[in-house]
Write a protein that binds this ligand. Sequence first.
Ligand code: ADP
Ligand code: MG
Length: 718
Amino acid sequence: MSGPGWKAAGLRRSSPSGEEPASSPRVKSSLEADVGTIAGIGPHRSAALRARAIGTLYDALTHLPYRYDDLRRRDDVGDLLPGSPAIVEGVLQSLSDRPMPGRWSRRIASALLKQSSGKSIRVVWFNLRTASLPLGEPLLLVGRTNCGQRGIELVHPEIYRLRFGPPPPIRPVYSLPPEVPQKLFVRIVTEALRRADQTSLGSIPTSLRKRAQIGAMLDALQYLHRPSAEADIEKLLSGRTPAHRVVALDEMFTFQFALARERARQRTRRGAVVNGPRHLSSLMQASLPFALTSSQQRAVDEIASDLAAPCQMNRILIGDVGTGKTVVAFCAAVRAAESGWQVAIMAPTELLAEQHFANFNLMCGGLGINAALLTGKMATRERARILRALLRGDIAVVFGTHALIQEGVALKRLGLAIIDEQHRFGVFDRARLAALGSQANVLLMTATPIPRSLAMTLFRNLDVSSLEETPSGRIPVENAVVTEEALEMVDSMVRAELESGRRAYYILPTIESEDDLESVTAAAKRLRTGTLQGFSIGTLHGRMRPAEKDEVMRRFRDGSVQVLVSTTVVEVGIDVPQASAIVIIGAERYGMAQLHQLRGRVGRGNQASRCWFVLSQQCSKEARARIQQLARCRSGAEVAELDLRLRGPGDLFGVRQTGSLPLRFAHWIHDSALIEQAGDLAAEWITHDPELATEESVGLRIGLERMLELGFSLADVG
Ligand code: ADP
Ligand code: MG
């Protein structure tokens, strides 16, 4: 998932409203020294490191190895295959060197490494003077093999001279620029470890840490940079040592504290007060074709009470696909409109904005609320007319995409901004939203499958409403996992659905390709001439013009198109209750959350629905197992738990936003309990020392500063 929560609110270096208290003067620590101050690091190398965001000793210390080599192992040169890692012991002989072909100023040194068994292997180094190579003494060479002109050779290995002592038992390997050798980097890290002290390293205050029995940060870093002979290499490689956990927990604690502090600040921000008489709200609820579920009702009440309060609302509505978030949003919109405020409802796509607009007219059309749709493809004059009306305050509810925010559309009295399927937005920018209306209350909505407990923790800067149940009368979607060979059979089952008046989706991974069966065009052709002959089949994909897309969606909605063959553009929000079948081809290519979203397109009415996950022939065993597990999960929360178990939260937080969240180590947290623990600790500390004034909070102050330095501003993160 990507995090709707932290996008909504700011942790910022200095907020435009100037609310940043002057509580955190820059705390210097000796680890702030430039890497360039270490011997062997000249301007060239230090620039190369800086380009990888390793500018200080602290940066080096938190640049953790991406791999470990077990130097306790020894390879026999006779067993080496080309392209494999090699750890060999022996003595160098027969040195020679020659110019590098094409680069006469550089030279290639080569030698034979002879093992005690008598077997030997050729070793080559680039640009290394032969004179510097130690001959005739026992060495350990660590590198990779390659297939050279004269058979297998060892290429540019690191040399450990055994007469100076044993090599480290486990060698960390860092991702480094080519200018910086591993050994040199180890020297920087060693120096950093020497200078580091417990207090300035690690955000979790000592008393908290001790009570929760969390290891010290310095010990953890020491362990990760210089694993002892006893270290469990498997766990090191998979990131599951207690040390990894400490580092991740520390980071998560810092993050959670930042969120909690932000939330505390928001509570003091004034917002539009929505407290007009409820005449339209009651009318609307009475005229709905269904009764709200109890969690919908609770969400509506929570929102109404936030809206009536003098401080700004920052609430997220979480609800699995099909739980009925839209109507909750409409209740909020009507509440604001009847109180004289304007409302903007924003969706990730124009298709969805139109759907919302159409639904609003259906559900609230009789209330006399002036609503309008603003899209990019509108005629200029029509658009200008709406923009003027918004500015005058004549339109009460406006629907559009997030372009409403980005283009800074001006409203007279924006009291509520609602953002649907927030996780699909690139950037949600509070500063820009402020341009729409600085006092606007904000309601985010997401179907991001995330366990509720985790949501409460991760969205610590937001209030959370969640829809726990689907409307009654729904029959759970029936799932099947099949392979391509079964497609014929699936098609005929779909045919049976169509014959009884239902509609169906086919989802394909690609748009267009003659021979690729997994493309929209090929599939549409196959269905038109095959099993589904005689039914009306439409196609939908991102490369179609907006007008074409609308047309096919409209026809699918009204039933004149019965089968929609599409890419994942239908993934989000599309609501056609008559659809009862979805066939997802190449299912293993999608993420779990996405598959769950797709599956959510059916089962939205009162009839039984089916979802087929069709796997490609080349699908791996693991992928198949993953999809089979998904097929057994009903709710988004279950999917989220599964996803978390399979991949860890690092991915859960969103491949999409790698780099936008200030979390570097959280992917090592392998269960949500740890995230919660970090959240609880943060909550405890913020009541204990909100201004970080105590001596114990020094580490946290530094940690927060550094998080900000990652370029992180919750307000602008997308
Ligand atoms: P989502 O939460 O995925 O955005 P929608 O808001 O699109 O779900 O709602 C899914 C469908 O359920 C819509 O057709 C909507 O009209 C219907 N719906 C919403 N609430 C109820 C309810 N309380 N009872 C019956 N149907 C409902
Ligand atoms: Mg929706």
